[in-house]
Design a protein around this ligand. Structure first.
Ligand code: NAD
Ligand code: TDX
Length: 365
């Protein structure tokens, strides 16, 4: 039985990971440490909240004393580190929190892990620090460039990407210098249940349902490689179970799309769901689909993101050949699952969007 601390477990990928892990490893104890920023939501953990092997701790990774106490108290032997400021647009407007959480917070966790796992007489028999990172650390590709491999030099372009790159380097250094048993995964764009509707796909779904413009930055031709969130969680599981200590693994969907095409695809799927379900037109009277119009009529081109990376693409050959990683959801099935989840969980997205996000948007745009 492992005692696993999941930082950022009340956020999008963290919450999906918690559900995945409890289902897959019911004998493990799982402790979520989350500061519940605007992006964190305890409701995301509601299905597991009362399980005996689960504990939620409302706390900040900037609080090193709290991390150390918690790790000793719970005999933590595994950390899966998701906690981060994760939205590129926010990092352009307000980068401070990204440096604090993503860099200093990660270093706090590394220091606490080193103290307990390497420098104390309470060290567990085996330990692991798994760091969850992003493809954005590699910078931007041109149309005909080969996809990012683990050997691609780092070239982060946004404050978000730079803060994640810094954290990756710190994790690496704690392995090389102190022998901390670490692994890192760098993943492409995720989508799926519990994603905060500031990111492209859930924002487009919510706006199409409520009849608001679908803002496309620049000409909409930027490319991202999309992965259904549970496939990311399985990839992390494989890295934790089978990955080489000190190694990094790229995880991706082999699924590149231009933003404009993604948005059109989401709109078309929504239109066909409305066509087969009259009740939806009553629930969402402002949606174009409720009036027999195309959702894509809401598409509006807006000014481009500063420093907007052109293209990301992940080469996951290493994870495939060493760990047996392969995504299970196709983009079509993943989008269908996501749309159905959003339609079934209207209360969830209305509640999270009633909060600070609307204020932030009106302040910055
Ligand atoms: P998210 O913004 O949805 O969730 C982040 C979580 O971290 C929230 O629950 C938040 O409350 C918590 N948090 C933030 N600051 C904290 C702090 N100081 N102390 C404790 N908790 C804090 O993010 P996400 O999209 O789920 O991303 C999770 C991780 O995966 C991040 O490290 C991100 O860089 C990485 N990642 C995300 C994607 C993606 O497409 N979303 C892709 C690749 C990698
Ligand atoms: O309203 C929008 N309009 C738009 O055109 C938004 C929110 C985004 N976009 C574009 C910008 C990007 O090219 O869509 C693309 C995807 O944008 P985001 O959803 O903000 O994701 P991205 O910037 O690619 O970063 C994501 O993937 C890597 C996550 O937010 C990161 O946390 C992750 O590390």
């Amino acid at each position: 039985m492992r005692s696993v601390m999941v930082t950022g477990g009340a956020g999008f990928i963290g919450a999906n990971f918690v559900h995945y892990w409890i289902d897959r490893y019911p004998d493990d104890r799982l402790i979520v440490l989350d500061a519940l920023t605007y992006a964190g939501n305890q409701a995301n953990l509601e299905p597991v909240q009362k399980q005996a092997n689960f504990r939620f701790v409302h706390g900040n990774i900037l609080d090193r004393a709290l991390i150390s106490t918690l790790m000793r108290e719970e005999g933590i032997d595994t950390i899966v580190h998701f906690a981060a400021e994760s939205h590129v647009d926010r990092s352009i407007h307000e980068p401070d929190a990204f440096i604090q959480t993503n860099v200093i917070g990660t270093h706090n966790l590394l220091m606490a892990a080193r103290e307990l796992w390497l420098d104390s007489d309470k060290a567990p028999a085996a330990h692991r620090f798994h760091h969850v990172s992003t493809d954005e650390v590699y910078g931007s590709l041109r149309a005909d460039d080969a996809a990012f491999t683990e050997a691609t030099p780092y070239a982060p372009n946004s404050p978000y990407a730079a803060s994640k790159a810094s954290s990756d380097h710190l994790v690496r250094s704690y392995h090389h210098t102190f022998g901390l048993e670490v692994t890192t995964s760098n993943c492409s764009n995720n989508y799926g249940p519990y994603q905060f509707p500031e990111k492209l796909i859930p924002l487009m779904i919510v706006n199409a349902l409520t009849g608001q413009p679908l803002p496309i930055y620049g000409d909409g031709k930027n490319i991202r490689d999309w992965l259904y969130v549970t496939d990311h969680c399985r990839g992390i599981d494989l890295v934790i179970s089978k990955g080489r200590l000190g190694a990094t693994y790229n995880i991706g969907g082999n699924n590149e799309w231009q933003n404009i095409d993604i948005v059109k695809q989401v709109c078309a799927s929504l239109d066909s769901i409305f066509a087969g379900n009259e009740e939806l037109s009553t629930r969402f009277p402002d949606a174009p689909a409720a009036k027999g119009r195309k959702s894509e009529s809401l598409i509006t081109f807006v000014k481009d993101r500063l420093g907007h990376d052109w293209r990301y693409a992940i080469d996951a050959t290493l994870a495939t050949s060493e760990l047996g990683y392969a995504p299970r959801q196709s983009f079509e099935t993943g989008i269908e699952l996501t749309l159905n989840w959003m339609l079934e969980n209207e209360n969830w997205w209305r509640a999270v969007m009633d909060g600070s996000y609307r204020d932030w948007i009106s302040k910055n745009y």
